[in-house]
Write a protein that binds this ligand. Structure first.
Ligand code: BES
Ligand code: MN
Ligand code: ZN
Length: 501
């Protein structure tokens, strides 16, 4: 999708459809202006819709008018963003997305957004509109033979006269990169496991790195064994598909030696559970068990293009988790790369095994700060559902930095605890730790397991099991892969100046 910026009068923009965002002031202030822009011509064109009560500003509402008077646009679409008092970039992002999803099936190929006025500034407004439009433009029906080409081809953003054109153009460009990168992650997550084996996954990462100028190294079984990644290998050994260890590097000239941010992703291209096999019902969804890895690859794409002056190394541990004559069994003891011994209680708790070695490897490569993302536990789905993802941190400063990023990205994460007491649940009789900690606090005991492999390095763990795949369509976004974490990871990296620890 192409993006254009126009600085000028809304009334003069020729477009298939002009989109303006409206807000809801509620019953008491019925007569307050509804449009989230100050523009006489747009107000006038929408005035009849508003006075007739057809525009309420309710979130998700879309009201369209043909041949709006006084505007050069062929249509006017008023997109509701919900309560005026809650209006911010998250609501604007959703309204922009809902507008695009409303227009797409009508085969409207281009549209223009009037940049809404946000308390937090034009940069936020630009990001909201552009990211929202890109996210809405993604459809998951890749393999449908009757797939319609209903994608939006071009969006224009209209800013009022007197705006700083150069700055806005830059904001627009950055938002496009982030929106496209989130969609790149969603494409990867959407692929079924027969079409995205660990080998193909790694190839996709390599191609992406080549196209944005990142270094990329891909290692197979021999190297994984040579590095003594006993935890990673224990999962990979059961599959006929070879595992891949993917290492992507952003090492820009002029970046300080430190910090080095490590982004580690769980890349299970299919999780059967292994010998502790999962029930058949719903198992098809386990193709998305590589969403953490895909989030890292998408984030690295954005980082490669945005070029922040900070070093970043991303590691994705890609493998299937299969039952077979070669598969590991409950009771087996594995030695991780760090030297820690692990008693395997349940072969379905495989994500923490591959991440244990991924995290340790990141430290040996010199990472000073770590973030991992993984569809790690069903327990986080029980705790937080599909609305918030889980976040854990072993250090307040790194958490605060991540939380500030959430303000900008608009993604929802909820912090869960990491008290030492939970460690008792994963203490083993035969080895240093067990790979499961019983029924209670499952998301936390999984995080406690990972904590054993990060030492004293500041670290954040994102459990995206409940949020990486959406079961229902939203007004602003199709159901299926969500691309969760990409925007927050990018925000974390681009605002990281190394003083945050
Ligand atoms: N990939 C799953 C977690 C998952 C569950 C992701 C639901 C997405 C949706 C993970 O590998 C797993 O199987 N976890 C087990 C751990 C248990 C055996 C301790 C779980 O959560 O049931
Ligand atoms: Mn599993
Ligand atoms: Zn898994």
């Amino acid at each position: 999708m192409d993006t254009k910026l126009v600085v000028g009068n809304i009334a003069d923009v020729e477009t298939e459809c002009l989109i303006v965002i409206a807000v809801d002031h509620g019953e008491k202030q019925k007569n307050e202006p509804k449009l989230a822009i100050k523009d006489g011509a747009a107000d006038k064109a929408a005035s009849e819709l508003i006075s007739a009560g057809e525009v309420t500003g309710k979130q998700g509402e879309t009201v369209m008018l043909h041949r709006p008077q006084g505007l050069k646009a062929r249509r006017l679409l008023v997109a509701g963003a919900g309560k005026a008092k809650d209006f911010g970039h998250t609501a604007a992002r959703k309204a922009a997305g809902a507008a695009v999803r409303f227009l797409k099936p009508k085969m409207i190929k281009s549209c223009a957004f009037a940049l809404p006025e946000l308390g937090s500034g034009v940069e936020d407004a630009m990001r909201a509109v552009v990211e929202g439009a890109f996210i809405a433009n993604f459809d998951p029906d890749t393999y449908r033979s009757d797939r319609k080409d209903q994608q939006m081809k071009e969006i224009t953003v209209i800013a009022s006269n007197g705006s700083d054109q150069g700055k806005l153009q830059q904001n627009l460009e950055q938002a496009r990169i982030i929106g496209e990168s989130q969609n790149f992650t969603r494409e990867l997550v959407n692929e079924p496991s027969n079409r995205l084996t660990p080998t193909i996954f790694a190839e996709r990462a390599r191609k992406m790195c080549e196209s944005v100028g990142l270094k990329c190294e891909i290692m197979g079984p021999d190297k994984i064994k040579e590095l003594k990644m006993g935890a990673f290998w224990s999962v990979a050994q059961g599959s006929d598909e070879e595992p891949r260890l993917i290492v992507m590097r952003h090492e820009p000239q002029g970046a300080p030696e430190k910090p080095v941010i490590g982004l580690i992703g769980k890349g299970i291209t299919f999780d059967t559970g292994g010998i502790s096999i999962k029930p058949a019902d719903g198992m098809e969804k386990m193709k998305y068990d590589m969403a953490g890895g895909a989030a890292m690859i998408g984030a690295m794409r954005a980082i490669g293009l945005l070029k922040p002056k900070v070093k970043v190394i991303s590691i994705v541990c890609a493998t299937e988790n299969m039952p077979s004559g070669k598969a590991q069994k409950p009771g087996d003891v594995q030695i991780a790369m760090s030297g820690k011994s692990i008693e395997i209680i349940n072969t379905d708790a495989e994500g923490r095994l591959v991440l244990a070695d991924g995290l340790h490897y990141a430290r040996t490569l010199g990472c000073t700060h770590l973030i991992d993302a993984a569809t790690l536990t069903g327990a986080v789905v029980v705790a937080l559902g599909g609305v918030n993802a889980g976040v854990f941190a072993n250090d307040e400063d790194i958490y605060q930095h991540f939380a500030r990023g959430l303000q900008k990205s608009g993604e929802k994460f909820w912090r869960l605890p990491l008290d030492g007491e939970y460690f008792e649940q994963i203490r083993s009789n035969i080895a240093d730790i067990m790979n499961t900690g019983g029924r209670y606090g499952g998301a936390i005991t999984a995080a406690m397991f990972l904590k054993e492999f990060v030492g004293d390095t500041p670290w954040i763990h994102l459990d995206i099991a409940g949020t990486a795949w959406m079961d229902d369509n939203k007004g602003w976004m199709a159901k299926g892969p969500s691309g969760i974490a990409v925007r927050s990871l990018v925000e974390f990296v681009r605002t990281f100046d190394g003083t945050s620890r």
